[in-house]
Design a binder for this molecule. Structure first.
Ligand SMILES: [Zn+2]
Ligand SMILES: [Zn+2]
Length: 184
């Protein structure tokens, strides 16, 4: 059965993975499988920036896609970057097979604030939906409350709800249906 797989890359709390699985399962209508955890993606560590390259992580994830996995999401506690930006919350291949989520900057503690598990979980779920939405062909949405809107800071991320807006839902429905139909 076509499914979305999640692979923890480094220590990620079980309730975080469970919330992400529930959120993406409900949003995209796929069965979700959790793969055995991998270590922190040290191969993607950039000595100068002291961050992890999301592009290298995506390339690594591509080699891990197996069988009837339609999309693979790598979830890591680390801080990621792409060369042109100081950081990313995550990255995905548009219409591709892989996406990754960088949890470090979603935590209040990163900014010296008190931990807030509810806020953290909401950010993780909406960002996971955002990145997987890209793999399912969705581009950035002008609706600020939609998970597919562009968020380059937490203020923008916290304005999002975890439900896709009507137009994104309609757009993604066909793609999801064709993936179920073709079985690959
Ligand atoms: Zn995006
Ligand atoms: Zn939308």
């Amino acid at each position: 059965m076509p499914s979305i797989a999640i692979v923890p890359m480094g220590a990620v709390e079980d309730d975080v993975l469970a919330a992400i699985e529930l959120g993406i399962g409900e949003t995209f209508g796929f069965e979700i499988r959790r793969l055995p955890p991998k270590g922190v993606p040290e191969f993607a560590f950039d000595e100068e920036r002291r961050q992890y390259s999301s592009e290298m992580i995506l390339r690594w994830l591509l080699k891990e896609v197996r069988g009837d996995t339609v999309k693979l999401l790598g979830v890591s506690p680390v801080d990621m970057f792409i060369p042109m930006l100081s950081f990313v919350f995550g990255q995905a291949q548009l219409h591709g097979k892989v996406a990754t989520l960088a949890l470090a900057r979603l935590r209040q503690e990163f900014y010296g604030l008190e931990p807030n598990p509810g806020v953290f979980l909401h950010r993780a779920v909406t960002e996971a939906i955002h990145e997987l939405g890209h793999t399912l062909g969705l581009t950035h949405c002008p609706e600020r409350s939609c998970p597919m809107s562009l968020a380059t800071n937490l203020q923008q991320l916290d304005r999002k709800t975890s439900g896709l807006c009507t137009s994104c839902s309609i757009l993604v429905r066909e793609t999801v249906r064709s993936l179920h139909g073709s079985g690959n």
